[in-house]
Each structure stands twice: as C-alpha cells, then as structure tokens.
Write a new protein. Structure first.
Length: 316
C-alpha cells in the first residue's frame, strides 16, 4: 500500500515514505561499523597522552631490567671468584679441601621475548638465589675467619720472609737444584738458596720458633756449613742458616720473625761471604724460594726465580 500527501504550495501529490524498524537497524549498524573503523585508524596512527606515558614507562622498565640483569651476572661472577679464592686459601694455607670448586652458572641468554610478569618473576628468582649463595658464602667466610684465628699462631711460625735485607734482590745468588760445587768442581744438588752479602750483614729469623742448634764451625755437626743456626718453628717447619760469621743466640732461645740471629760470614766450605739458607718441612728439605711470600710481590718472585736459576755454580 502506498500513501500520498497533497502539497498545496505546488499543487502536487508526493509519495510518503514510511521508515521501518529494519531500516533503522541497518542504518545504525552501518554507523557503528564506520565508527569502529574510524576509531581503529585513529588509535593506530595516534597515541593518547596516557598511552605515550605507558610506552615510556615500559621502555624504562626494560632498560632497567637489562641493567639489573647485568649487575646480577657481575655479582655471580664475583661470587664465583670469591669462592675460588676461598678454595685456594683453604688448600694452600690451611691444608684443607672444605670448599667445593663448582663454578656458578649465569642465566642471561641475550634476546628474550618480553612477558612483563615473567620478567619480574625471573628477576625475583635470580635475586633470591643470589641471596642464598651470598648467605652461604658469608657462612663459609665466617668459618674461614674462625679458622684463621686458630691458625694465626701457625702463620707466624711458618718461614715467610727473606733472611737478609734484599729489597733490590741483588743479593740473590745460587738457588735450589743441580749446581757445580765451587770446591769439588762436580755437579751436586744444592738444597738451599744463597744470598751474597758483605761480612757482618744481619741475618733475620724468617718465622717464630725456638733455636734448636747454634753450632760453631769446629763442631762435628757442622759438616762444612761453618757456623750454623737451626730454628725449629713447629708445625713441621725448620730453617737452617749456614756460613755465619757469628751469632748472638743460643740453643733454647725463643725467636720472633724478623729478629737478628746472626751475621753473614764465610765459615766452613765457602768461597765467599754469603748466607746459605734452607727450609725443612716434615724432615725433608724443600725449595726455600716458595717461602718468601711475605716479603715479595709476584713480579719480584718471578725475578728472584730467574736470578737464582741463572747462576750455575753454588757458593758452598
């Protein structure tokens, strides 16, 4: 059915269109779709102030995560070095193997897919693990402190300095090993370390101890050593000082490291003024050059080894 309306102004009938519900719904649906399309385009091309602030915060968080990650890695490496040093201390000084040498692992793998919840959880987990490791290391270090207190007396008794003043190392002479004997002119094993110095140069005890022998060159026990001193340091250590000019101590005297015990000479089977120095551990003679650590830097240690090895003839 069609409806018409008469227009008196122009004297014509015009058709009257009835707007149905279906048309209204279609029109609204089209409008909604157009609005969504426009909104999508606007949000894709332009950011709101709040979105810009959020993006800036996310970028900052990711940068901070990378910084924290690197710091955690550095801490893990340092912790590993501390643990390794603890192991060295235990094994060399305290003659113990209490420290496990297992190295720490790091977890950083470079590029990652960012899930911010996982990032937070990962950082928290790693920091918790690091806290546990640090607590364990602190416990170990406390044990080390307690043990060092107990071992302090031993450390004072271990021979650990040069027996004469030799800061420039120029007094270093023949060292440990096979050398040509200056008198017999044959190869003979040299069980000590020689220091050349003018007669009367002071000789120092290299560790705390008790004078076991102070022997004159005329004594049968001298065996070519000349005037001789032997110090018992305890803990299995003894030191021997030979070819002295004179000494100012006697058997049974208690001696502290650095105290003058005698003076350089050339007594016994000697071709010139010098000190012959030996270290004895558990009844066996050992290389004295390894027991100068309190008076040498690493560079000086290398230099004194080079000097002592370059001299192929001993002084006694």
């Amino acid at each position: 059915m069609r409806l018409y309306i008469f227009n008196r102004d122009i004297l014509e009938y015009k058709r009257f269109r009835i707007i149905t519900l279906g048309r209204v719904i279609v029109f609204m649906a089209i409008e909604i779709v157009i609005c969504f399309i426009l909104l999508f385009c606007i949000t894709s091309l332009f950011s709101t102030p709040k979105e810009k602030e959020l993006k800036k915060s996310i970028k900052y968080i990711l940068n901070e995560y990378d910084n924290i990650n690197r710091r955690v890695i550095e801490s893990e490496v340092i912790l590993g070095q501390i643990r390794s040093n603890d192991s060295i201390i235990y094994e060399t000084i305290f003659e113990s193997q209490e420290i496990n040498k297992k190295e720490f692992e790091t977890y950083y793998e470079g590029e990652i897919e960012y899930d911010y919840c996982e990032i937070v959880n990962e950082v928290n987990t790693r920091l918790s693990n690091l806290d546990k490791r640090l607590a364990k290391e602190l416990f170990t270090l406390n044990k080390l402190v307690l043990k060092s207190e107990l071992q302090r007396d031993m450390l004072l008794h271990i021979p650990a300095i040069q027996p004469i003043d030799n800061k420039d190392l120029k007094r270093t002479a023949s060292g440990w090993g096979w050398r040509v004997h200056p008198i017999y002119n044959i190869k003979k094993f040299h069980y000590g370390l020689d220091f050349t110095a003018p007669i009367g140069t002071p000789i120092y005890a290299t560790g705390d101890g008790i004078i076991e022998y102070s022997i004159l060159s005329t004594d049968k026990l001298s065996r070519g050593y000349g005037n001789l001193i032997i110090i018992d340091h305890g803990y299995g250590y003894k030191t021997l000082y030979a070819h002295l000019n004179k000494f100012n101590i006697k058997k049974g005297d208690k001696i502290e490291r650095g105290k003058i015990i005698g003076y350089v000479g050339s007594s016994g089977l000697s071709t010139g003024p010098h000190l012959h120095y030996e270290v004895i551990k558990d009844g066996k003679k050992v290389n004295p050059i390894n027991y100068l650590f309190n008076s040498l830097t690493p560079d000086e240690y290398e230099k004194i080894i080079e000097i002592s090895n370059s001299i192929k003839k001993s002084y006694d």
